[in-house]
Design a protein around this ligand. Structure first.
Ligand code: ZN
Length: 429
C-alpha cells in the first residue's frame, strides 16, 4: 500500500512478524530559499533563547540551594514571561518551540544524571547554547503542525514549504521532524520512524566474522579484505589539504574565515562519504550473510592507545551500529563478542593458544598444526568462532606458495624453530 508518492511506503503488515519494531533515524537534505532560511534562523534563535532561559532558571535555583525546578514549573514561568512579545517570535511559534526546548533540556539533564549514576557514559551538565554553535537544530512534534505536502515538500509552521531531496523511502510516517543546520551551512530534515518487519530477507547460508584490520578497513573470515573506497580517500585527502591551508592563514583575517568554512565543508564531505561507504558495505554484508559477528572494540576504551586514531578515523563504531540495526531489520543474526577473546593469539585451525605476536607479524605458521595463518583473516575467523558461527578455518590459511620465505621467518616465534616437514618446505620457497 502506497501512502504517498513521496518517500512513504508501507509493506503488507499482515504476515507474521518476528522482529521487534525499532526506531530508526532518516536524514534528508533540505533546500530552503532565502526567506525560509531567515525564518529558520529566527526559529533556531528562539529555541536557543528558551533553552538558555530554562537552563538559567535551574542553574540560579541550584546556586542558591533551591530544589531542582520541574519541567511543569519551568513551562509555567516561561510561558508567562513570553506573554510579552519576545525577541521576534509570535505566541504560537513560541509556545511550540518552548515546549520542545524544555523537553530537550530535560533530556540533557536526564543524560547527565544517568551518567553520574553510572547508567550511561559520563557526560557534562547541559551547557548554554550559542549563536556561534556550529550545529543548530530545532524539533517539531506532531502537534506543531508540520507535514509533508502532496507535492513532496516539508511544510514547517512559520517557515513554509521547504523542498526536500527524498533520497530513500521512509518505512512509515514519522511523528517528529528535527531540522538541522550543520557547520557547512547545509540544512537537513531528520525523522525518527518506527520500522516493522516488512523488510526481512529470505535466509541464506553463509555466516561471517569481521575483524577491524590495521591495514584494511575490515577483514572477513572468508578471506576478503576490504579497503576504504576511492571516493572516501579522495575526500580525506581534500580535507587534509584544506586543514593545511587553514593553518597557514593569519589569525583574525578574512581569509582565515573563508578557509575555516572550507575545512568545515570538507569535514562534512568526508563524513558523508564515510557514511555512504558504511551503508554500502553493511547492506552488502547483511544481504550476503545469515549471521555476522564482530569484536566489540569498546572504542572509548581504545582512545588512550595508539590505535585510537585509526579506530576513530575508520568510524568502526558507526559501521558496527549500522550492521546491528540492519541485521535486526532484515532478519539476520548479529553477534558482538567480548574484548577478552584473544583473537590474534589463537590458531583458528586447531585452536591452540600460542601467545601474543608483535604487530608487525602479519603471517605466521601454527606450531602445532603447521597451518600458515594471515593475522587479520585468522582474527576474523576467531571472531566468528567465538560467536558460535559456522565458518571454516580455511579462510585464515595462506597458501604456502603465496608466502615469501622472509615473512614466514619474521612471523616465526624465536624460541621454537619450525620442525615439521611442511614448514621446512615453506622455508625453502
Ligand atoms: Zn594450529
Amino acid at each position: 500500500m502506497r501512502i504517498s508518492g513521496f518517500g512513504f511506503q508501507r509493506g503488507d503488515m499482515n504476515h507474521v512478524c518476528m522482529v521487534i519494531a525499532m526506531q530508526l533515524r532518516y536524514g534528508f537534505r533540505l533546500y530552503p530559499n532565502a526567506g525560509q532560511r531567515a525564518a529558520l534562523a529566527r526559529a533556531f534563535g528562539c529555541a536557543r533563547v528558551v533553552f538558555n532561559d530554562a537552563l538559567r532558571v535551574r542553574e540560579d535555583a541550584r546556586a542558591v540551594g533551591l530544589p531542582f525546578v520541574t519541567a511543569g514549573e519551568l513551562s509555567k514561568r516561561l510561558t508567562a514571561s513570553k506573554k510579552t512579545p519576545v525577541r521576534g517570535m509570535d505566541d504560537r511559534g513560541v509556545s511550540v518551540i518552548l515546549q520542545q526546548s524544555l523537553r530537550d533540556l530535560d533530556i540533557a539533564y536526564r543524560n547527565f544524571f544517568d551518567g553520574l549514576k553510572g547508567k550511561r557514559p559520563k557526560m557534562g551538565p547541559p551547557r548554554f547554547k550559542s549563536r556561534k554553535d556550529t550545529r543548530q537544530a530545532i524539533r517539531f512534534t506532531a502537534n506543531a503542525g508540520w507535514k509533508i505536502t502532496p507535492a513532496g515538500k516539508l511544510r514547517l509552521p512559520k517557515v513554509g514549504d521547504v523542498p526536500v531531496k527524498w533520497s530513500r523511502m521512509l518505512p512509515s510516517i514519522p511523528s517528529t521532524v528535527t531540522v538541522i543546520k550543520d557547520s557547512a551551512g547545509r540544512y537537513f530534515a531528520s525523522f525518527v520512524v518506527e520500522t516493522g518487519c516488512e523488510e526481512v530477507l529470505p535466509p541464506v547460508t553463509p555466516e561471517v566474522g569481521i575483524d577491524l584490520g590495521l591495514g584494511h578497513f575490515a577483514v572477513l573470515s572468508d578471506g576478503r579484505k576490504i579497503d576504504s573506497p576511492r571516493f572516501l580517500r579522495r575526500a580525506e585527502k581534500q580535507l587534509k589539504k584544506a586543514q593545511r591551508s587553514l593553518s597557514r592563514k593569519e589569525k583574525g583575517s578574512a581569509n582565515r574565515d573563508k578557509a575555516r568554512l572550507r575545512v568545515a565543508r570538507a569535514h562534512a564531505t568526508v563524513a558523508d562519504a564515510r557514511r555512504e561507504f558504511h551503508h554500502q558495505l553493511s547492506t552488502k554484508l547483511i544481504r550476503e550473510n545469515q549471521a555476522i559477528a564482530v569484536e566489540d572494540l569498546a572504542v572509548k576504551g581504545l582512545a588512550r592507545t595508539r590505535l585510537a586514531k585509526s579506530v576513530h578515523d575508520a568510524g568502526w563504531s558507526q559501521f558496527v551500529t549500522m550492521l546491528e540495526y540492519k541485521a535486526s531489520r532484515y532478519g539476520r543474526t548479529f553477534v558482538r563478542i567480548g574484548r577478552f577473546e584473544p583473537t590474534s593469539q589463537v590458531c583458528s585451525a586447531c585452536g591452540i593458544k600460542d601467545g601474543p605476536k608483535p604487530l608487525h607479524v602479519r603471517v605466521w605458521m601454527c606450531q602445532l598444526c603447521g597451518t600458515v595463518l594471515d593475522r587479520d583473516i585468522n582474527a576474523a575467523v576467531n571472531v566468528a568462532k567465538a560467536a558460535g558461527l559456522a565458518v571454516s578455518a580455511r579462510g585464515a590459511q595462506v597458501r604456502p606458495v603465496s608466502v615469501p620465505a622472509q615473512r614466514v621467518e619474521a612471523g616465526t616465534h624465536p624460541k621454537s624453530r619450525p620442525t615439521t616437514a611442511r614448514q621446512a618446505g615453506i622455508a625453502l620457497l
